[in-house]
Design a protein around this ligand. Structure first.
Ligand code: ZN
Length: 504
């Protein structure tokens, strides 16, 4: 099975992801995206934005700043509670995240335990520094927000934090956005942007980084209308893997086959609807449904204000891991910001003719970087027959859509003309070096869905060949139809074999 280290190596070799500041001493938890990585990342974000913002009449977007008034993070509870428990080795001073250390050493699930409890377990189980085997100190609270100062003087009063999540800005701009976009309940406000967490021990490549990007939305409803979702029927029959809190408490911890409609026994229809949309987003972009599951947070792991929370997990080689979360946060956030800002953030509900503080019936939140990792893992195929990796990315995500190859050097100039024409519309690459087989292999490895070969038949008869990455089948079409055929193929509007004359 392919490991996370294999994927990291692959991503570096092909130009997807590099270690940050590699020519010096790389900072851990930071990654740079290369020529293919930036394209894949942008494609992930634009597909999300299109589905969750642009194609909807009830959702609008914002792009907030990285910095904000400190009181925002007081109101949201981040200053007091956005902490991890940290333990330090008494001798070599290496710092560990207490829960991870315990999990690694004695395979015990300690999520949500207090610093005192974690200290007790470390003492009782005689867990030592994994670097030098010396004794560890007590577990202490460590706030994960990065701190800096605004302006030339370093003082407590101008201390600011790099945002640990994007959604805070949605709440602070809530009233303006609602008025400007003339939104009526229910409606959503979405944002894609960077967030920063000073993780004690970043690990697993892009999975736990200190700088990352989020795609988030707050969906506001009238507090009493969390089940009035007019689109529920569109999603209710989608088949899912469901790992309910009940199944998690059983001896044999296994998810079950279920349908989206089963979620309504556990939470509201609006909440269910948005979870379904995210599940569908992954599947529509090519992720194997068998590698996805919806996991319910058990009551004891919920934040005090949340009435329900679900994750979408992906089956990575290092286990099922969360790639998406969605909580019903009630009226908690807006009430907190009303309290701290002393501003009226209630709005008039046209339907009931009353002023209400809306409820966040659904807060979908996901990391771009985790989605990136999910799509790469799911697309990665080591094809023994072909003798190369085939990265079966969905055409909508593929960094490069089309490869243009002149079969021989004699038609290179003509092929270049085709390339120049194609690249106006599609992300394309031109490759004339090495055998055609070698060029196909290179294209497979970086996930190019279609390769176009220009030969003498193209020059003389206007017939060009297209090869399909996933099947290696080839069709010929008229050169004059090339753009339109590629358009249809990339949008999956037509089957490959029916798009032209099958030759191989
Ligand atoms: Zn040590």
């Amino acid at each position: 099975m392919i490991s996370i280290a294999d994927i990291a190596r692959f991503c570096k070799e092909k130009g997807f992801v590099y270690q940050n500041s590699e020519i010096y001493n790389p900072l851990s938890g930071f990654w740079d995206f290369g020529p293919l990585g930036v394209e894949l990342k942008n494609n992930i974000k634009s597909n999300w934005w299109k589905k969750f913002v642009q194609s909807r009449e009830d959702v609008v977007g914002i792009d907030g700043a990285i910095f904000a008034d400190k009181r925002l993070w007081e109101a949201s509870g981040h200053i007091d509670n956005f902490t991890d428990a940290l333990v330090e080795c008494k001798k070599c001073k290496t710092r560990f995240r207490a829960d991870q250390l315990i999990e690694d050493e004695i395979k015990m699930d300690v999520e949500g335990l207090s610093e005192e409890d974690l200290t007790q377990i470390i003492k009782k189980e005689n867990i030592k520094c994994s670097k030098c085997q010396s004794e560890l100190g007590d577990a202490k609270k460590f706030n994960m927000m990065f701190k800096t100062t605004v302006g030339p003087v370093e003082e407590k009063t101008n201390e600011v934090f790099l945002r640990p999540e994007t959604c805070g800005l949605i709440f602070t701009n809530f009233r303006l956005v609602q008025e400007n976009a003339r939104l009526k309940l229910p409606f959503g406000i979405a944002q894609i942007g960077k967030a920063f967490r000073n993780e004690i021990s970043p690990r697993d490549f892009l999975f736990r980084c200190r700088e990352f990007e989020q795609m988030e939305m707050e969906f506001f409803t009238h507090p009493n209308k969390i089940n009035d979702c007019p689109y529920y029927d569109e999603v209710k029959d989608i088949k899912i893997n469901l790992f309910s809190a009940e199944d998690q408490s059983k001896a044999k911890k296994e998810h079950k086959k279920a349908k989206i409609s089963d979620l309504t026994k556990l939470t509201s229809k609006w909440h269910t609807y948005w979870i379904a949309q995210a599940y569908k987003w992954f599947i529509d972009l090519g992720v194997n449904p068998e590698n996805l599951r919806i996991t319910q947070h058990p009551k004891e792991k919920l934040a005090h204000y949340a009435s329900a929370c679900f994750d979408i997990d992906y089956k990575f080689p290092f286990g099922w891991k969360e790639i998406y979360g969605n909580a019903d946060r009630g009226q908690y956030d807006l009430n907190q910001h009303i309290k701290y800002s002393k501003r009226d953030l209630s709005i008039f509900d046209e339907e009931t003719k009353e002023k209400v503080v809306p409820r966040v019936a659904s807060e979908p939140s996901q990391g771009v970087d985790r989605a990136f990792l999910t799509f790469i893992f799911d697309a990665y195929n080591d094809d023994k027959e072909r003798g190369n990796i085939v990265l079966k990315l969905h055409p909508k995500l593929a960094p490069i859509k089309v490869g243009i190859f002149p079969l021989v050097n004699k038609v290179k100039d003509e092929a270049k003309e085709v390339f120049n024409d194609i690249k106006e519309e599609f992300q394309a690459t031109f490759d004339s070096s090495g055998s055609v087989g070698r060029r196909y292999a290179r294209a497979d490895e970086i996930g190019i869905p279609y390769c176009v070969t220009y030969d003498f038949d193209t020059k003389e008869k206007g017939i060009i060949t297209i090869r399909d990455r996933d099947t290696t089948k080839q069709i010929t079409i008229k050169l004059t139809n090339l753009k339109e055929t590629l358009r249809k193929l990339l949008n999956k509007e037509i089957e490959f074999e029916k798009a032209g004359k099958l030759v191989k």
